[in-house]
Write a protein that binds this ligand. Sequence first.
Ligand code: C5P
Length: 364
Amino acid sequence: MTVAVRSFAKINLGLYIGAARADGYHHLRTVYQTIALHDVIRVSIERNSGRGSGIEILCTNKDPRVPLDSSNTCYRIAERVLDELGAQGRVRIEIEKRLPVQGGLGAASSNAVATMFALELALRKTRALKKKLSPAARLRIAAEVGSDLPLFLVGGTALGVGRGEEVYPLVDLPSLPVVVVTPGIGVSTPKAFADWDALMKDGPCVDGASPRPGGAEPRLHTTTRQLTRPRASDRLLEAGCALSAWLSGSPSIIGSPNTGAPARGGSRAGNLLLDLVRTGIENDFEKVVFPQYPELRDIKGALERAGSRYASLSGSGSTLYGLFRSPADAAKAASRLRKQGLKAVATSTLTRQQYWKKSLVVGR
Ligand code: C5P
C-alpha cells in the first residue's frame, strides 16, 4: 500500500529576527505563504512481512545534503507518529525531490509534514489502526521536529511567531502569480542566524561606518554606537507595527495613504498583498546573506527589473521570489530571467483551500 502526497513549498512575506533565546533559537515574526511548487512524498508500509520494523528513506536526487538516515526530517516524524499511535511495521518513504535543498522554501519541513499525513493514511488503509492523531498531537510532533513544520498544518497565509512554530491562519491572500528563482546555493539556516547575531553585536554605526578591526574605537564612539544601534527586540516591534497595521486594514505606514477602498481594478482581497508590501516588510536574512552571496542581491534586482511588485529572499535563502500582477507578466519575467541564465519558474501562491485540495494525491 503506497500513499502519495504533494509536499508544497512556502515563501516568507517578511521575516523579522529578534533576540536569541535561552534554548538557542531566535524569536521571530514572519508571514508564511504556501506556493504551488512541490515535492512528492510516497509512503508505504508493510506489516507482518516477517521483515520486522524499521524506516527506510529514499530520495530521487542523490544530493548528499539530503540525509537518508535517522537525521532526515521524514524519518524523525515517522518515528514519532508510529510511537504516538503505537503502530509497527516496515515504513518506506520516498522523496521525489523537485524543490531546492537548503533553499529557504521549507522543503525538508514540508516533506516531514507530508510524511505524517501519508503515513497516517497508509496505516489506516492497511487497517493497522483505527485511531487518528489528534490535531494537537500533530502540532506538537511537527513543532518537535522543526520550527517551520507547523505552518504546513495550516497552509495558505499564516502568521508565524515564537521560533516560527507558533502559527496562526490569516485572512487568505488570493492566488497570486510568483516567479521563483533557485540559484543552486545552499545556505545554512543556523549559520545565517549566527551571522545575524554577529551583525547585531558588531553592527554598523549610525553613521554607516563599520566597526574597527579588533574593536579599537574611541570611548565616546562606542557609547554612541551602543545608544543608536538597533537592538534585536526592535525588529520584533517593527514587525508587530507593520503586521498589526496590515491586519487592522490601515497598512500605509510607508506607502501612499490607504483610503480603505480597493485600488482600481483590484478587489479588497487582491489588495491585501499590496497592502502588506506597503507596510515595508523586509526579510532580515537579506542583511547577512546578501553580503556573503552578492549574486543573490543581483537576482533580487533582476526580479525587480523584470517587473515584480515585490521581490525578496525566502527564509534564509538562497531562493528569491517576485510577486507579479498577472500570470502573463510572471511568465514573461521568468522567461526573461531564464535567458539571463537563471533557474526561474513562474508559479502561484496557494490559498488554504487550494493547499488542502491539492496536497492529497492518494495513489502512486
Ligand atoms: O527548528 P529548526 O530545526 O528548523 O531550526 C534549525 C536551526 O536554526 C536551529 O537549530 C537554530 O540554530 C536555528 N533557528 C534559530 N531560531 C529559529 C529557528 C531556527 O536560531 N527561530
